[in-house]
Ligand binder design. Sequence first.
Ligand SMILES: *Cc1c(COP(=O)(O)O)cnc(C)c1O
Length: 430
Amino acid sequence: MSDRFNTTEEYSLLLDSEDSLKGFRDRFYIPQGKIYMDGNSLGLLSKDAEQALLSALKDFKELGINGWMDGNPAWFTFAEQLGKKQAAFVGAREDEVIVHSSNTVNLHNLVATFFKPDGSRNKILTDELNFPSDKYAIDSQLLLHGLEPEVHNIMVNSRDGRILEEEDIVNAMSEEVALVILPSVLYRSGQLLDIQYLTDQAHKRGILIGFDCCHSVGAVDHKFSEWGVDFAFWCNYKYMNSGPGATASLYVNRKHFDKAPGLWGWWGYNKSRQFDMDLRFQSAPDAGAWQIGTVHLFSTAPLDGSLKIFAEAGIDRIREKSLSQTGYLMSLIDSLLSKEPYSFSIGTPRQAGRRGGHVALEHDTEAIRINSALKKRGVIPDFRFPNVIRLAPIALYTSYHEIWQVVGHLKEIIDKKEYEEFSLTRETVS
Ligand SMILES: *Cc1c(COP(=O)(O)O)cnc(C)c1O
C-alpha cells in the first residue's frame, strides 16, 4: 500500500475513483445485495460469457449438425481457437494450450503422458498441502503402474502448515524423482510458488515438472514457455469466470509435441484427418493431441466471452489491481482487526511475488462461526477447515469500497459477538 493508506471509507472510494478497471464491473452479474468475495472458487457470470453461451445455443438451434463447421465459431475447432486466445494470458505459444475436459481428467492424462518410471527413478514429488483431487489422481496413476502411493508419492512437508519453502521442494528433488507436480498458488494460504525457479531446479536434475494453476490463471500472469515449464493445467470456473464445471485447459510445452499423450481418443487425432476414421491413432501435432472426446460445447462456450474481457483488461493490469486490492485488504486487517478482541491474522505471504489472488484470514477459535455470520450479513466468503476464511477481491468486479465494507462487517461481528448465534458445524459445500 502507498503512503496515503488510511482506514477511512473516503479512502476506499478514492481508490475506486482512480481504478482504471472499474468499468468492467458492469459487465458482470453481481448477486443482488451481496458482497461477493468467493470468485476464487466460482467466478461470477459476465454478460459476455452469457452471450457466448446463448450464441452457441442459437447455432445449435439453427444449424443442427452443420454447426461443426458453420457455427460461429465452428465447433470442430472451438477448443483450438480458445486455446490460442488463452495462451496469451499464460505466456504460452498459440498451439500449446487446449481447452478440454475437467481439470482432474486432464491431470490424469498429463501424468499418464509424463510419468515414465525408469528403474529407481520412479517417484512423483508433490506436497502435503496439495488439493485432494490432485493427490487422488496421482496416487491412482501410481497404482496403475503397480507402484505404491505411500512410497512413490513423495510429499514435501510444510514447515508451518500454510506455506511451502522452495528450498525444501528443491532438496526433495532426488535422483528417485521422475516427475514434480505442484500447485502454482496454494488453495488455502494463497501462496504463489516461484514457478520459474522450481522449473530450472527440476530441469537441472533431469526431472520433468508441471503445475496445477487452478488458483492462478486469470489472477496471476505466467510465462510458461519462457520458463520452460513442461506442462500445466487449470480449471476455468474460478478466476476465468466461465461457470460451474466449465471446460478446463491444459498447457503442454512444444518440446513435448513428439510425445504421444497418455490417454488416446479421436479428438486428439490429427485434426485434418480425424474423419478418415483410421483405426491407428495418430496424435495431433500440438496441444490438441491431449483431447480425448468430443468438445463439451455448452460448458466451453462461456470461456469465449470471458476471454474477450481478459483481452480488453489485460492480465498485467488485472494482476496489478489484484495485488493492490489484496494489499489493501491486508492493511485494513492489520490496522483494525489484528489485536484483541479481534485476533485475526493473515496466513498469506506478504511479498507481492509470493501471493496469488486471495487472502487467507485466520482466526484460531471462531473462524467457522465468523464465516457464517459474514454470510448472514450478505458477504460471500468461503471457509477452509479448521481456521481459514478465504477472501478474494476480484480485479474485474470487486470494488475497494466492498473490501472496506467487508472489514467493517468483520469488526462488527466481533464487537457484537454475532458469531455466537451460529453452530460449529460446517456446511456440505463451504
Ligand atoms: C479447483 C481445483 C481443482 C478442481 O478440479 P476439477 O476437476 O475441476 O473438479 C483441482 N485442483 C486444484 C488445485 C483446484 O484449485
